[in-house]
Design a binder for this molecule. Structure first.
Ligand code: NAD
Ligand code: GLY
Length: 374
């Protein structure tokens, strides 16, 4: 396998940062980080690695050694794996860990893990002493192509996901594709849904590359793996640069998420991984786009073809009530803006936000999706 390394810069004036992608990069984390920090601080800087015990077992020693050899004083804090750890209670544990090590504004938080660890550690970094620097070291495919980039941090509260949060950009993101080798095949496929999303919403050439590389991306043998990770980050970065605070364009990153979120909610987050729900939701969005006269059937078929090649189920399970889904979709939309607006695909490689779609059209699309013949 080739050893390409990529640097993607997220341009956000004084909050700009690099995303480094390449095999073996965990070992260079300390050096890359030290090179980006101001030398004005006196004495060695402290770093708190936040991880789960499982991920720390796999990758902690390499990260620790890399930071220590670059001169950081390193401590670790562990949070159990799983979405339930993205909580105010876990945040409090991390505040305590920072307090115990007398963290100051020079202390760096290093998030080593998937999106749960990244969102939680990022939120703690955003809020402790009104903002510590933090570094994302994402270890799931989803975190490498999505959650580690863009500065959305937060925790869940009650039954609401990401209810408490802050925008806080990392100082650096270090993506080592080698970490994906220990991830389950199901989690790898799940992350690929977001990669396919970028092709659909923003880049037809990338979409075509994914079509030819899908098998090798799933089993990690594709020589284009690092490029695919880096390019996904580039596509997200270009959106975030234009709309950091999610006030307009950034909504296109939610293509497929309206129905996807409804499917996750209707199944109490037990049936689908996030990516599996988003894969189904992207097909819904394409069919809704057809019903709204925006999406061409041949583009829907192309999206379905790639999702199926990646192994996703794309037919809506007939046990899901369309009435209930429509109710959840309306609720989701009302909670964020007041009326039902969708991100729709104009063609492969180009999606636009803000489309109002009548309920009857949504209903027809979902019924068609439940009746898809494969
Ligand atoms: P996750 O963090 O729960 O990780 C999934 C599982 O994989 C966990 O059990 C984890 O311990 C394990 N794991 C992680 N890396 C591994 C590795 N290299 N080898 C073996 N096992 C590994 O899930 P996720 O899909 O990474 O992230 C989901 C979270 O991301 C959700 O909370 C979601 O809200 C959030 N998210 C945030 C953003 C954002 O912009 N901030 C975007 C998308 C999703
Ligand atoms: N995952 C969507 C966003 O970052 O806006």
């Amino acid at each position: 396998m080739t050893q390409q390394r990529y640097t993607v810069t997220v341009h956000l004036s004084d909050r700009s940062y690099d995303i480094l992608v390449g095999r073996g990069l965990l070992a260079s984390l300390g050096r890359e980080l030290a090179a980006r920090l101001s030398s004005a601080s006196t004495g060695p800087r402290q770093a708190l690695i936040v991880s789960s015990p499982e991920i720390a077992n796999l990758y902690g020693p390499k990260v620790l050694q890399s930071l220590e050899s670059a001169g950081f004083l390193v401590r670790s804090a562990f949070i159990p794996a799983g979405e339930q750890s993205k909580s105010a209670e876990s945040a409090a544990k991390l505040y305590q860990a920072l307090y115990d090590l007398a963290a100051d504004r020079q202390t760096i938080v290093v998030a080593l893990g998937g999106g749960v660890i990244g969102d939680l550690a990022g939120f703690v970094a955003a809020t402790y002493t009104r903002g510590l620097d933090f570094v994302q070291v994402p270890t799931t495919l989803l975190a490498q192509v999505d959650s580690s980039v863009g500065g959305k941090t937060g925790v869940n509260f009650g039954s609401a996901k990401n209810l408490i949060g802050a925008f806080h950009q990392p100082r650096l993101v270090v993506i080592d594709p080698e970490t994906l080798s220990t991830l389950s095949a199901r989690e790898r496929r799940s992350g690929l849904a977001e990669v396919i999303k970028y092709g659909i919403i923003a880049d037809k050439v990338f979409f075509d590359l994914l079509r030819s590389e899908v098998a090798g991306l799933l089993d990690l043998t594709s020589e284009h793996l690092a490029f695919v990770l880096a390019h996904s980050c580039t596509l997200k970065a270009r959106v975030v640069e234009q709309d950091e605070r999610d006030e307009g364009l950034r909504a296109i990153l939610n293509f497929g998420h309206t129905v996807g979120h409804a499917l996750e909610a209707i199944t109490l987050y037990q049936t689908y991984t996030h990516g599996e729900a988003i894969a189904l939701g992207m097909v819904s969005a394409a069919l809704i786009g057809e019903e709204a006269g925006i999406t061409r059937p041949e583009d829907t078929l192309a999206a379905i073809g790639l999702l199926r090649a990646a192994g996703f189920n794309i037919r809506l399970d007939s046990s899901h009530s369309v009435d209930e889904l429509v109710r959840l979709i309306a609720w989701d939309k009302k909670s964020v803006g007041g009326s039902a607006r969708f991100v729709l695909m104009e063609e492969i490689g180009h999606a636009t936000p803000g489309h109002r779609v009548p309920e009857a059209a949504i209903r027809r699309a979902l019924e068609r999706q439940a009746a898809l013949v494969l």
